[in-house]
Design a protein around this ligand. Structure first.
Ligand code: DLL
Length: 433
């Protein structure tokens, strides 16, 4: 079995990688200076010219880019090449404001698909596998990215897109799909449906899943692995940087290797903007070293995680990022306490519930309220009020132990919370409405 898609890059020595990154960064900054007036102006305002950037150690001199910049520059302001050289766009969902439109040249698509092929190989896929891509296709990058990566690898690719759950399961069985690519919340839903149909892990031909696009807990990974009889791998990415495949998990499942020949990563303190050392939690910032059409320099992702350069036994030398805890803009501040939805998910799964929950935040008489609505599993379902109250109380105590704040827990009937085919919407924050 192939261990790497591009072994010479994936196992490159640190010295060689730094040389490569130095060379690419100098070239990229010149490219942006000459072709992206929006960023050139930011550099001028910061008093930096391309001459100041000689190695990656100079990166701290460069100004950051944020989503707000991309909105201001919408739609063409960040374009790094003539439109005639672009072959495609993708776009974010725009739930928090104006959409970001990302442009791609053929070269940008090529490097993106290489990254996705690396992720597939790291999850054990070869050209003999059948890869079902159940991420959405269209403006969202999930479907196109994994589809392209699977083609590059030469696997038989089944581009089902998301939805039509019965048909997904039919294809998995009839075409003997071995690798499934979708969001972790959709994987949970597929597993639930398979169980309802009486399928056991032995009946399911899948051996691996590549799940990402949203934060998910270790506990959710174990549940999915157990119910489908697969190994579940995390994959990370964002539209601004191409899409899925910026980082991916290997067989060690101890963080995601960042494709650092293309994406230079930093962790910063989101408040002071100071660069933090490895193994310290902060906001992930990326510089795309090769992208031509949409060249992001020091782009602030808002994702909170750590980076580590500890040696990985898979042989890959690229830096690893921990599973993102969530986005700094997803972080809820409830009565002054920082709460990430993933922390609540961890408690629920540890207590035997499935990942079917909703977090409702409100403000009553100037005080924040937190309600966690969670489905009982079919096994624990009861209509005995006393039993339900006891279960609610236990869960309330477990959440209190994790977060240090009290939450109202409401248990609801199995299947009463809407399932997601893409990214799940877990939080309803009525305070903002
Ligand atoms: O979600 C790209 C993608 C598609 C990644 C399929 C993986 C698989 P966007 O829609 O632009 O792009 O959303 C990017 O999603 O900044 C994170 O907050 C979140 N995200 C993506 N992957 C993960 C992950 C795609 N593995 C935003 N864990 C990012 C946690 C993730 N959060």
């Amino acid at each position: 079995m192939e261990r790497y898609f591009q072994p010479e890059i994936e196992t490159m020595s640190r010295d060689k990688m730094i040389d490569l990154q130095n060379e690419k960064l100098v070239k990229q900054i010149n490219h942006v200076w000459n072709n992206v007036p929006y960023y050139r102006k930011k550099m001028e305002e910061a008093g930096v010219t391309p001459d100041d950037i000689k190695t990656i150690d100079d990166i701290h001199k460069l100004p950051f880019l944020t989503k707000d910049d991309l909105r201001k520059a919408y739609p063409y302001g960040m374009l790094g090449t003539d439109m005639k050289n672009c072959v495609r766009i993708h776009s974010t969902s725009g739930t928090t404001g104006k959409r970001v439109v990302a442009f791609y040249t053929q070269g940008d698509i090529d490097l993106w698909e290489d990254c996705c092929a690396r992720a597939l190989v790291a999850a054990g896929a070869t050209k003999d596998d059948v890869v079902q891509v159940s991420y959405g296709f269209g403006l969202f990058t999930g479907g196109a990215g994994l589809n392209g990566g699977s083609h590059k690898l030469g696997s038989l690719t089944v581009p089902t897109s998301s939805g039509f759950t019965d048909r997904q399961i039919m294809f998995i069985q009839d075409l003997q799909a071995t690798v499934l690519c979708c969001t972790p919340s959709y994987a949970t839903y597929l597993a639930e449906k398979m169980q309802e149909m009486g399928l056991t892990p032995e009946d399911i031909p899948l051996k691996a899943g590549i799940f990402g696009a949203e934060a998910w807990s270790e506990e959710m990974r174990h549940d999915i692995e157990k119910s489908m009889g697969i190994k579940a791998y995390d994959i990370y990415g964002l539209t601004e940087l191409s899409g899925p495949g910026v980082a991916f998990e290997c067989s060690e499942q101890q963080g995601m290797h960042i494709n650092e020949d293309h994406f230079l990563a930093e962790i910063i303190d989101p408040n002071t903007l100071e660069v933090l050392p490895d193994d310290t939690e902060g906001e992930l910032v990326f510089t795309a070293l090769d992208k031509e059409a949409f060249p992001m320099i020091r782009y602030r992702t808002r994702d909170i995680c750590t980076l580590t350069r500890k040696k990985c036994s898979c042989g890959r030398t690229h830096v690893r990022m921990a599973k993102p805890k969530g986005r700094s803009d997803d972080m809820l501040i409830i009565r002054g306490v920082n709460v990430f939805p993933r922390q609540i998910e961890t408690v629920l799964l540890n207590e035997g519930y499935a990942a079917n929950y909703q977090i409702i935040v409100d403000r009553v008489k100037h005080s924040d309220t937190l309600e966690v609505r969670v489905e009982m599993t079919p096994d624990m379902f009861t209509d005995n009020v006393g039993e339900i109250e006891d279960m609610q109380k236990n869960l309330m105590n477990a959440i209190h132990a994790m977060l240090g704040i009290k939450a109202k827990v409401t248990l609801v009937a199995p299947k009463s919370i809407a399932r997601s085919e893409g990214k799940a919407v877990r939080v309803i924050d009525k305070r903002k409405i």
